[in-house]
Design a protein around this ligand. Sequence first.
Ligand code: PEP
Length: 252
Amino acid sequence: MRKPVMAGNWKMNKTVAESVDLVKKLSASLAGVSDRDIVVCPPFTSLAIVSEVLKGTSISLGAQNMNDHTDGAYTGEVAPGMLTDVGCQYVILGHSERRQYYGETDELVHKKLQLALDKKLIPIVCVGELLKEREEGRTFQVIEKQIKGGVSGLSPAQATGVIIAYEPVWAIGTGKTATPAQAQEVHFFIRGLMARIYGDAIANSVRILYGGSVKADNIDTLMAQPDIDGGLVGGASLDVNSFTRIVKFVKA
Ligand code: PEP
């Protein structure tokens, strides 16, 4: 049985005061939820204070990115050890906005992934096709390249701990969600790919999240799909009521 995960990616939103306000409200509204993993990923500036607020709650802390080195002369960057130092347990890697605006490649994602695992961070590795790639019938080809380039070459123990997020780029922040059938088709493909790389046991234990305009009113049908194990939620994670409802999805 794969435990569902709901992760909120706040992106470049929320001041320190706003972050504290949101997590205090979420801690109250999600108190006692233990049958699913809940993660919030605030901006770097709010991590330390949010970590304090989350102590003793069922919500875990994640970061939205990290550098691929442990320390040194990398102005403006944040090292994985700095994330664990402030209480992060998770880190998002290779988000499409990082790939699109900051030129992150599969090779870089793979390097970050190895380092995150070495530092005992649980990585959420994002993959997904552009609209043009989908329209050209290249979705599986793109996903295969991203998974093979980013997620292969791990030990079995490491591979089991990786979380993959399928986020079709055309669905991120657009209000245009993949249909449950479209998402399931790609999740099934990713699981099959993981089986080819790591074997059935690992493929069946890896959690694959869907991301792309997940909302309170579409989460239930998405979670009804057999290979969708949770959500990576952007916009709807910024509001206490919508993220609470998403975390408390009802299995159809
Ligand atoms: C995301 O940030 O990964 C995301 C899927 O955003 P949104 O839910 O706003 O589409």
